[in-house]
Structure formats: structure tokens, C-alpha cells
Design a binder for this molecule. Sequence first.
Ligand code: BGC
Length: 726
Amino acid sequence: MKFKLIDLLVLKKVIISLLFFCFFFQLSAQETDDLDKKIDSIISVLSIDEKIAMCHAQSKFSSAGVPRLGIPELWMSDGPHGIRAEMNWDNWNYANWTNDYITAFPALTCLAATFNPDLSKEYGVSLGEEARYRNKDVLLGPGVNIYRTPLNGRNFEYMGEDPHLASAMVVPYIHGIQQSGVAACVKHYALNNQEHWRGHINVEVSDRALHEIYLPAFKAAVQDGNAWAIMGAYNKFRGQHCCHNQILLNDILKNKWKFDGVVISDWAGTHDTNEAIYNGLDIEMGTPSNSNISKRFPYNNSFLAQPFLDKIITGEVEEHVLNDKVKRVLRLMNRTSLNKNRPFGSINSKEHLNTAYKVATEGVVLLKNTDGFLPIDISKKITIAVIGENAIKSMTVGGGSSELKVANEISPLEGLRKHFINATIIHSQGYSSESNNKKRNEELKKEALSIAEKANVVLFIGGLNKNNSQDSEGADRQYYNLPYNQDELIKSIARVNKNTAVILISGNAVSIPWGDKIKSIVQSWYLGSEAGNALASILSGRANPSGKLPFTFPKKLSDNAAHYYGTLSYPGDGENQYYKEDILVGYRWNDTKKIKPEFAFGHGLSYTSFKLSNIISDKKNYKSADTIKISCSVENTGSVQGAEVIQVYIGKENSKVNRAMKELKGFKKLSLLKGESKIVEIYITTDKLAFYDETISDWNIEKGEYVVYVGNASDNISKKIKITVI
Ligand code: BGC
């Protein structure tokens, strides 16, 4: 019997497919180095076109697999605090599916404010389950850009101003997500610390600030979190776009940190073919497609599509460069879409809502509470005037790519009505984010003041929102004050009713020119599905606040280091910007320069009180490989159960380099019943005291005396201990 050539080709394809299936179905039992070899064997049977297709988008949120071999596509989704609704294949409109309603988890500023890494794990697990249920392979988050200025429109998507806190919180989040066989894609690497001019601004920053402030959370995500993907940032660093940046991606991420995952570009963040090929990018996403020209290959004009293919075919670029990218993509697929053991996931479960509620209640920060004004007794038959647009405004809609289609979002007003069943609750909007009509706005204010006057208690629920130029992607805030004349409104309310609390809903610090006229101030965040329930629990005392600020509230903008140095520092001159404050970001600046903030990093009150005592270090002298143990006894001296965060900062006096007065090096949250005492132990390895020494391009642990500061806020230190590194 004779075989035609065509039959032989078909037979070859069938054999390759079978081999491929056998290979991946056995994989879970194989060791990692075996995996590498097997991936190489797959690569050897892929055509150049197939390999190229894996390195760029095929739709807004997917990249190609290899259908003939049963290698599935990769599906990605925003991120970072819920799974975004389905979008159309090739435009930014929503697809209007009916099965993509999800749980909205609190924004990452709130998660950071919990100072609770266990809760971060739980958050990641729940989010990963929702992503998996929605058939996503890569979750575009978490974001760990450092909070440099309160004007950055995207701070709410990140974990605050401190590299140690962000690192400690991001690692369990990643472990949680990836447990479902969904990759975390940590973003935006790096230095995307403002939205203004984000697409082209070139950041000039010292190596020291880069390594000590802006990179540690990414490094922790890669080395301790074992993140499977990273997203490049839009901006430039030292003249090169971050999505194809030799220093950030090749030298640091892939070579120094040994990242074995995939670098994904931010959407339309790729700008140059050769740089995209050689400088560390693996999958190019979001480059505007030419779907008008070709329906079949709409993304062929991506830098890593036809232009890359041409260079491979002519031999200008060697194939091993392409193979390295494909190897990483296949490794990612093995961890996600090809992992036959990954669980099915779940969505909108009771457990997920419970996680959202827990994070929200633990993250809310009680900033001020004169005479124990809060909590408000729910048994009282009082009249509560709830004033403010944020009492009723959805905060899951808007804000850019993190916008969500939530199954159910409890507004603050709904939550209060549900909880305070004995009270008469009257709501008045007070101001409007939509109206520029002076007359209408005056009416809103008048109505608010008239209900404030008659009420026993006023809860003003305002702050920022997810509109453009507020807490939103693509543009920064234009000023530090509250928008829509809220400052004037709050002052007027305080004049007619002294029993007023202000609840700020925002992902950013704001100026507080009315602070001394208000009894209580609460920093609430974008709290997600359970917003109203969580807030009502805090205001009623059902939950005791235990959140701590993950960033400083300066009194005025120029008290923030980035702004102190003027426009070349922020926002730059349109082309470049210079991080002149260097390592003195956030509280490091306030402490070192002795500028008192409105509210300090790590600050957060409780309805109970805590006493810290017996604060000691286990030794006086430490060698450079030792671990420092700090113990402290904590007693709940108030009348209700509560949780406190013990914070350990360390500083070096008389250092040979500039240093911040102190830096967070360890923390622990503990819950205590009324009257209960516990001993907390915090371990800090001595290498955490190192500075990044630019003369040797490496970390350097200086010998000599250090001061350990232990307290419950960066500006509330109970004890200083001197230790020596010998
Ligand atoms: C954002 C990313 C996001 C991507 C996809 C970009 O504009 O910067 O954070 O993941 O869009 O929506």
C-alpha cells in the first residue's frame, strides 16, 4: 500500500499532537529541569509563525496558543481587585455578557492598611478562584508602584509608600492567586508613579532609590512570591521605555533576580522592534491593531509580530532569541492553562464576600476620634444626617482598567440603614461631582445644612471618587484639596452641628483644613462589594477599627518630598523628571526633615487602648548574618476587643551615607480581648539594615550602632533600643 505525501504529513501531525498530550499530562509529576527539556522539545516542533504568534496579542486580552497541538490560548484579565467584565475581541467596549458579575474586593490601599499578610493571602485565594471560574489564566495585578505623590491617580491600586509593607503584603497575595493556577502579573514595573505623561515621561532616579524604594516589592514578588508574570510600565527609565528596558528587564529582573516567568507589556506600551526583541519583553499586548486592514491577522503590526518575523526570516535576529520568549510562554502555560490539576474556581461565594468584608473592616483607619465620639450606639433612637455623594455613589465603576461589574455593591447609605435600625437616617447629597450649575450646587448645600442642623449626629461621607482626575487611571489629580467644594461644605456643617464625623472615601491623602472642627475622621477606601456593611460595622462599633495608614497625609502638598523639589521633580518638564528626594519618600522625608504630617504613616486609632511594655531586643550586638529578635508585651487596656499593629523601625545615626531617620523593618498585627496581654516577637534579619551601595552596585551592611524604634505608628514610638552590628 502506498502513502501519499499528504497522508504522511497528517500522520506526522497526529504523532506530534499525541507526544504533546503525553508530555503535558505527565508534567505535574516531573521536576522543573525536566520541564525545561520538554519545553525545548515542544519548541523544536513549532513553526516560526506559531512561535511569533505566541509573543503578541491576538485580541484585546488574549494571546495565541497552537491549535494544531491543543496548546490553548492565554487569557488575561484586569485586576487588581476583582475580575473585570468581558470586553469585545478587538475594541474597548464591554461585551455585555450576563455571566461576568463578580465580587469586588477592596482596593489595594485598603488591603495594605490591614497590615495583615494572612488576610492578603485570603484575598489572593478568593480573587484567584474568581479568575479561574471566569477562565482567566493571567490576572493583571497586583500593583506595587510606590506611593510618591498624593496626586497620582492610580495610588488606590497600589500598596502604599513603604517598600517593606508592600513586599510583606504582596507575597501572600501572589501565593493566594497562583494556588488556583492563575498567574499574578505584577505591575507596573517600574517607576510608574504618576499618570500624568505616563506614556513617555523619562524617570531619572538614583540606583540607591531604585533599589531601596522602588524595586523591593517587585523583587519580593518575584523571589518570595514566585510571580509567574510581570507587566512593564508605560514610562521610560534612563531613556528607554520600561516595557523593553535593558536595565530593568534583562539586567535586574531576568539576570539578577532570575525571573523565569513572562514579561508582558502594558497595553500599547511597546514602541520599538529591536528593543522589544532584545530587552526582555516576552508578550506584547495592546498595540493598536490594524483590524481595518486585515480581519484575519489584526495584530500583525505589533512590534513582536510581522516586524519580528521578518527579522527572524532574514537572519538578522537569531531564532534562539524568539525561542527564549516562547519557552517562557510555554512555562507560563504549563503553570496555568495547561495545568490539568488546577481547581475549577468559584464566584460570588459567601466565602468571597466574607473575605471582602473582612479586608474592608480591617483596612478602615480611624484617624481622629475626639472624646470617643465614635462608635455611634445603634440602640439609640436618634436622627443621623448622612451627607455626601459618596454615601450613594458606586465606587466599583470608573477609575480605568480596574473598573468592575459587581454582582452587588452595598453603598454606605444602605449599610447604615441596615445597621442603625433604631435611628432615623436622612440623606442629603450636599455636593455633586456631575453638576457645574452654581444654583443647583447651592441648593444641594442648603438642603444638607438644613438636615445637619436638626440631626443628633452628622456623618459626612465624601472624599474623592473614580471620575477622571480623581482616583482614576490616565490622569493625575489636579490639586490636593477635596473636590466639589467639599472643604467649604464640611466647615459649614461643623458650624451648625458639632457632632460631626467625616468619612473620607479615597485611595489618596487629601488636605484636611477642617480637621480641628470635626469630632472624628475616618479614612475609608474603595471597599468593594461589602463597602456599606463594613463601614456601618465600624461606625457602629460592631467592628473595632484596626487599619493603619499605608502612606503619609502631609499637611500641604509641598510637605511631600516629590512636590517640595518643584516641577522638575513632579510632574517633570514633559520629557524628563528627576526624583530629587532620592530615598526620602513618604514618612522617610517627614521624619528626617522634621516636618509634622497631618497623619503619619502607620497611624490608626482603635475604640480600645493598648499598652506596650517590656520592649527588648534579644541581644545588643549582632553579626551580619544574625537575626534580630524584638519582643514586646501588648495589653488591651480598654473596654472592648481590638487589634493593634506593633511596628518596628530601624535607623542608623552617623552613617557614611544619607539615611532616613528610620525605616519600617518589621510589624505584626495581633488581636486582644479586653484586658488580655500577649507577647509579640518580631524577627528581622540583619541584612535588612543594608543600604544599596552605588560604589559596589550591591547591598552593604554598615557596621556600628543602629536605633530600633518600636511603637504603633511611625510618629508614636514607645521605645528606642540601641543595637550594634559588629
Ligand atoms: C493599564 C494596565 C491594565 C491594562 C489592560 C493599561 O492601560 O495600565 O494596568 O492592566 O491597561 O487593561
